[in-house]
Design a protein around this ligand. Structure first.
Ligand SMILES: [Zn+2]
Length: 376
């Protein structure tokens, strides 16, 4: 009889354990679902015009120009090309000329290029991408002294920005913000694996000079900087964005939620890798505005062509360009339209997903302890 009771006890304990595990899965699942549904009204009824084939062709055109390394003819030709491309979509195009000269080295003429859309609005959303390409391929096994094509690292961000300018130019009457398209020079010539792109240069040389001089480009008494969104390496195969650790949580959540609402769950995962990356968004934090670096894990991730000769068209996926472009277009139309009263600035995520998982884990651990105790 005691044996039978013990047996019943065991069965009950196992059943309870299984039930609790199921309950945990259910809680996490419903948390995910409600999280999704809670925001599902965001981008309803919008028509997205971003075209990934246009963006892909913009990458191809940049590679046709050549290596966009400061100090070369191709670099200056590409600057002209960007101005020509953006000019027909925006209200004005401005050039920010600056010189970089390190001690004992020759001077390099550089330029940030700014296209402004919808300039009669007060709020300014800045979209940025670097347009220079790296002068060495230090991560390759061959010809490490030669430049990289920079199809993803450089050209992809530029391509998405130009196509976004076209896509958003049709909606200006409904948009409640200006959109700036900022093409940043001198980002990619710093020191890695014993090699400089250009001798003694750091990474991120062009954006700090722009931030220093930003008051030459708008009127702070009448216009407000809203946020800065950086696109870097957004066109490669297996697109999976990370959470850059100094990116603003709410802005990051707003963009990732938008991406998932469009169905891009793999590219905007619920639990992205968290990494710290020195990129063009960092100088913009000095302006006390939210910033985001939309970037992949180029160090240990699925895209393995960073700073090699294979950063070329064969490792670009038009689908990745579409995912990035449509998400940003949708994000802007969701939060900056006349018929929208939504904001990404206040987190409406409620109880965090990891909280549900933690509760579930505690329940399972407790149940296991009880089970083992009763077994004794
Ligand atoms: Zn790079």
């Amino acid at each position: 009889m005691t044996k039978f009771l013990k047996y019943i006890n065991k069965v009950t304990a196992v059943s309870i354990l299984i039930m609790l595990v199921n309950l945990n899965i259910l809680i996490v699942y419903s948390a995910n679902t409600s999280h999704h549904e809670q925001n599902s009204s965001l981008n309803s009824g919008q028509i997205l015009l971003f075209n990934e084939i246009n963006a892909y062709n913009h990458i191809s055109s940049q590679l046709d120009i050549g290596f966009r390394v400061p100090g070369t003819v191709e670099h200056d030709l590409c600057a002209d090309w960007i101005r020509n491309q953006i000019n027909s979509h925006v209200d004005s195009v401005l050039t920010h000329n600056f010189t970089i000269q390190k001690e004992g080295q020759s001077a390099y003429e550089c330029q940030n290029i700014l296209g402004k859309l919808n300039t009669d609005k007060e709020k300014i959303v800045i979209l940025g991408a670097h347009w220079d390409s790296r002068n060495v391929s230090e991560k390759d096994y061959i010809d490490r002294n030669l430049p990289i094509p920079g199809a993803n690292d450089g050209a992809s961000g530029v391509a998405v920005l130009i196509e976004l300018a076209r896509a958003l130019s049709f909606s200006t009457t409904n948009l409640t913000c200006q959109v700036w398209f900022l093409f940043i020079d001198a980002e990619d010539q710093g020191y890695t694996n014993g090699m400089y792109g250009i001798q003694d240069w750091g990474y991120v040389e062009g954006s700090p000079i722009f931030v220093e001089n930003i008051e030459n480009f708008y009127d702070p008494s009448e216009e407000n900087l809203e946020c800065f969104i950086l696109l870097d390496m957004v066109g490669g195969t297996n697109l999976t964005f990370i959470k850059e650790s100094r990116s603003d949580d709410n802005l990051h959540n707003g963009i990732f939620t938008e991406g998932r609402l469009l169905g891009y769950n793999e590219s905007f995962p619920f639990t992205p890798k968290i990494m710290s990356i020195n990129d063009d968004h960092i100088p913009f934090t000095e302006l006390d505005i939210p910033v985001v670096d939309l970037i992949i894990d180029f160090l240990y991730g699925d895209w393995t062509h960073h700073h090699t000769h294979s950063d070329d068209l064969s490792n670009i996926d038009p689908e990745s360009l579409k995912i990035t472009g449509r998400t940003i277009e949708s994000f802007i139309k969701t939060y900056y339209s006349n018929d929208s009263n939504q904001t990404w600035k206040e987190s409406d995520y409620g109880f965090p997903i990891w909280g549900y998982s933690l509760i579930g884990l505690v329940i399972v651990v407790m149940a296991t302890v009880i089970f083992l105790y009763r077994k004794k």
